[in-house]
Write a protein that binds this ligand. Structure first.
Ligand SMILES: Cc1cc2nc3c(=O)[nH]c(=O)nc-3n(C[C@H](O)[C@H](O)[C@H](O)COP(=O)(O)OP(=O)(O)OC[C@H]3O[C@@H](n4cnc5c(N)ncnc54)[C@H](O)[C@@H]3O)c2cc1C
Length: 229
């Protein structure tokens, strides 16, 4: 089960009144007469996509397919350090695939299509009046059209101790890297086949996938289905 990240939802609704720089495209005037922006500006519109997941990539791919990229200067901003990857097949990392193998397109694909990609940045504020976004490094981006493709995040049940060391969610490349690091650091190097215990909360599709992945490393697995009261 997944929910929309609460922090991001607040951010999307937030306004940065007074703090935005003048990144909005100015209206054009001819002979003192103000003209409609779209009728005189031949430059492509700025289309900014927040989130660099499968949906964002799907949008870029579709715009490319229908030859619409010439109408837009596209910028995609995502908070993960990686460009869009095949999250559905995340578990294949444990059957020999490398993180790069999961990429939906490599960086060159975006470069060739002049799509700007910004990674490791979280959009914190959207000012719809000024048509600007601000990220967690106080960087601002102007837009003419905005797409929110921020997906969802793993639902974490409110259980005592859920914040403890060694408790992970199973959703991103980074989550899997952290689980792997945690297990490797604790494995008995002298006796690599010694028993380690792992547990999975959640008996749905993702829980089963997580259990399968854990079996690569830990030899006693407890599996439980969590149901809200
Ligand atoms: C292991 C696993 C297996 C799955 N298997 C299936 C399956 O078999 N079939 C199926 O239909 N679905 C499956 N899913 C679900 C599927 O992966 C998601 O539905 C899909 O990835 C959603 O894509 P999205 O681009 O909308 O969102 P996401 O993949 O969540 O991408 C959104 C991106 O936006 C970023 N973001 C969020 N907030 C901000 C912000 N404020 N600023 C910048 N960036 C932000 C996030 O970090 C994320 O990278 C699976 C998921 C997992 C984890």
């Amino acid at each position: 089960m997944a929910t929309t990240p609460p922090v991001d939802t607040q951010s999307v609704n937030a306004r940065a009144k007074g703090s935005a720089t003048a990144t909005r495209r100015p209206s054009a005037t001819v002979g003192g007469r103000q003209l409609e922006h779209q009728s005189v500006v031949s430059a492509p519109e700025r289309l900014v996509v927040v989130g660099m997941g499968m949906a964002a990539h799907g949008l870029c791919k579709r715009l490319n397919q229908i030859d619409a990229l010439k109408h837009y200067q596209v910028t995609v901003i995502g908070k993960e350090p990686t460009i869009a990857y095949d999250r559905v097949n995340l578990s294949q990392l444990f059957t020999g695939r490398a993180p790069e193998d999961l990429l939906l397109a490599d960086q060159a694909w975006y470069d060739e299509r002049k799509i700007d990609v910004v990674t490791s940045r979280t959009i914190r504020q959207i000012d719809c009046d000024e048509q600007t976004l601000t990220d967690d490094h106080e960087q601002q981006y102007g837009y003419d059209k905005l797409v929110i493709a921020t997906g969802s995040s793993a639902f974490v049940p409110p259980i005592d101790g859920i914040d403890s060391q060694g408790v992970f969610v199973y959703r991103t490349l980074n989550d899997l890297a952290e689980i792997r690091r945690y297990v490797e650091e604790r494995r008995d190097k002298q006796n690599p086949l010694s028993t380690m215990r792992g547990g999975v909360i959640g008996g749905g599709l993702l829980g089963l996938e997580a259990a399968q992945v854990l079996q690569h490393w830990v030899w006693r697995l407890t599996f439980s289905k969590w149901l809200p009261a």
